[in-house]
Each structure stands twice: as C-alpha cells, then as structure tokens.
Write a protein that binds this ligand. Structure first.
Ligand code: FAD
Length: 294
C-alpha cells in the first residue's frame, strides 16, 4: 500500500521509525523490535538508511520483514555517498522485495568528503527525480520546521523544499520538534508557498537525556524551557526521564491531533515499550478520530 493513500485517508495516522541492525549478528534483535512494534498496528513503519550506504541491504531486509508482519513499509534511501548506478541497484532490490514506498534523502555530508563531487548527487531533489523515473514508487522527503542547518535563511529552505516537492514528492515528514507552535508556523509557510502534499509531524519521545542536547544542537532543533526543565530535572534518573519523555511526546501528539494534524510519525528508536506506551496513551484519541468513518 502507498503511504500517500494512508495519509490522505480520513482519521489520524500514527507511524513509527526504526533503524536497521549495524551487523548481521544483530538481525534477530531487530526482527524482535519490528515484530513487537508491528503488533501495535501502526499505519506504517519506516526504516532508516546509513548515510555511508553501509546498511542499504539491511534497510531493504527490514522493510521486507515489516511488510511480512502485515504493515506497510517506508524504506529510507540516502544518496550523498552513492553513484546513480548504486542507487538504481537499491531501487531494483526494493522493487524485488515488494517495497513501494521510499523516503528520498540526501544524507549528511560525511566529514572530509569532496562535496559536491562532480559525478554525484548534490541535493535530494535529484534523487527524487531518479526514483520518479524508476517505477511506480510512492516518494516521501524530509523537511525541517526550524530550517535545515546548512541553510542560512528559513525562507530559502522552504523555496528549496518546494523545488524538491515539485520533482515528484508525494508526502513529507518533518525533523523532530519539541514546540508545536514551530510546526504550525511551518505548515502555514509551506501552504503559502503552494506545497500541498501531506506533512507528517515527527515526534521524538526523549527517553535519555544524554545525547539530546548534542543532537538538537547539531540539527538546529530548539529545546523549549518546559522541555529543558524535564531534561535537567530527570537527567540522572533514567526511569523518570523515560516516563516524562513519553508524557511530553504524548502531550505534543494530543495537541497536534486536537489542532487537526492528521499524520504523526514517532521516532521510536527501536524501543517497542516506548511505542506501546504512546499507542496506549492515545488509543481513545485515535478512535475519536475514526468517528464517522466506515
Ligand atoms: P536536501 O533536501 O537536499 O536539503 C539539504 C540542504 O540543501 C538544505 O539546507 C536545503 O535548503 C539545501 N538545498 C536544497 N536545494 C537547494 C538549492 N537548489 N540551492 C541551494 N541549496 C539547496 N539521514 C540518514 O543518513 N539516514 C536516514 O535514514 C535519515 N532519515 C531522515 C528522516 C527524516 C524525516 C529527516 C527529517 C531526516 C533524515 N535524515 C536521515 C537526515 C538527512 O539526511 C539530513 O538532514 C541531510 O543533511 C539533508 O537531507 P535532505 O534530504 O533533507 O536534503
């Protein structure tokens, strides 16, 4: 099933992101994670792709496993370190496994890499074009409510986003954010630019305070005072941090749904217990959204 058809249905979609195992020996653990999260009946599951290309096979394997669990899969694909032939090979592999949905990404520029390299990709839109001409894929792309770190002016970033969408994107998924007003403001600017594809809101339940400040500094994600207070207070108590992080993410989702947002994508970080708790917390909210549907 195509993700865009899921996102265009009435009612709220909730999806989760998982990452593939780094080593073949970790595959059985990844299988367990996927099976458990799939049993929560999410709208779809997405699976990340290493910017260095090292995990391309495992991304496809995990995507296939997700679909065997009866859940539509979205395979991420980055291009910054690949040749066009390598990307074609990955697309053929995905097709042969029955994967119809691809999240087209440039990927972060690896340190020390010559960029842009003359024969390779510069922006994700080039990958979007290639996927579009490679078959009947449903194509998603990334977007950044707070602006992408490499782009000095937010308005330019949205212009670039419009170009990317016009190359053939069917939907967008946002970078994580911790202040819903930033997302609402972004949606307003996206619509004003004439971008009409569905936008899924990326929510990260922060369950460990260790890396979050560094990750947010690198990605340009703002930490609102209310969220920072939680991180500061519970950084030494992992159980409390997890509970507070899940509660914060739940509140964000409830506010989004209450304000008419129909697509929620949760960065589940391979934690089935966190995904389960979030689903439990919003189960009545989701069934309220189904009222009147057949
Ligand atoms: P692009 O859309 O190409 O944008 C990159 C930069 O180029 C932006 O600053 C943009 O404004 C600028 N730009 C675009 N077009 C132009 C133009 N014509 N002129 C000038 N500047 C331009 N990374 C991974 O390695 N693996 C993953 O699985 C993964 N999954 C992700 C999922 C989501 C939902 C998100 C939000 C990010 C994900 N990333 C992943 C991270 C992503 O690869 C990085 O953020 C990367 O730096 C940018 O990728 P992009 O596809 O957004 O690039």
């Amino acid at each position: 099933m195509k993700i865009v058809d899921i996102l265009n249905r009435q009612g709220v979609s909730v999806s989760f992101e998982v990452f593939p195992p780094k080593k073949d020996s970790d595959f059985s653990q990844a299988r367990q994670v996927v099976t458990e999260i799939a049993s929560l009946s999410p709208s779809f599951l997405s699976v990340t792709f290493g910017a260095g290309g090292g995990t391309s096979k495992s991304t496809a394997q995990i995507a296939e496993l997700i679909q065997r669990c009866g859940v539509p899969a979205l395979a991420h694909l980055t291009c910054v370190s690949s040749t066009r032939d390598e990307v074609s090979g990955v697309l053929e592999d995905l097709k042969s496994r029955g994967i119809q949905n691809v999240l087209a990404l440039r990927g972060d520029i690896p340190p020390g890499m010559e960029f842009p390299s003359p024969r390779q990709y510069r922006y994700a839109k080039e990958l979007v074009r290639q996927i579009k001409s490679s078959g009947d894929f449903c194509i998603g792309a990334a977007c950044y409510p707070e602006g992408h770190v490499e782009c000095e002016h937010k308005e330019d970033d949205i212009d670039h986003l419009k170009e990317k969408v016009d190359c053939g994107c069917d939907f967008l998924t946002t970078q994580m954010f911790f202040d819903n007003n930033i997302f609402y403001n972004f949606l307003y600017r996206v619509l004003a630019k004439g971008i009409r594809v569905p936008v899924a809101a990326g929510i990260m339940p922060v369950t460990s305070s260790k890396q979050i400040r560094r990750i947010c500094a690198l990605s340009g994600t703002a930490l609102p005072p209310r969220f920072l207070a939680i991180v500061d207070k519970f950084s030494d108590n992992s159980k409390a941090m997890k509970q507070a992080g899940i509660a914060y993410a739940t509140e964000q989702i409830i506010d989004l749904v209450a304000n008419g947002v129909k697509a929620i994508h949760v960065y589940a970080m391979n934690k089935p217990d966190v995904a389960r708790k979030i689903m439990e917390n919003i189960s009545d909210i989701l069934s309220d959204g189904q009222k009147g549907l057949d």
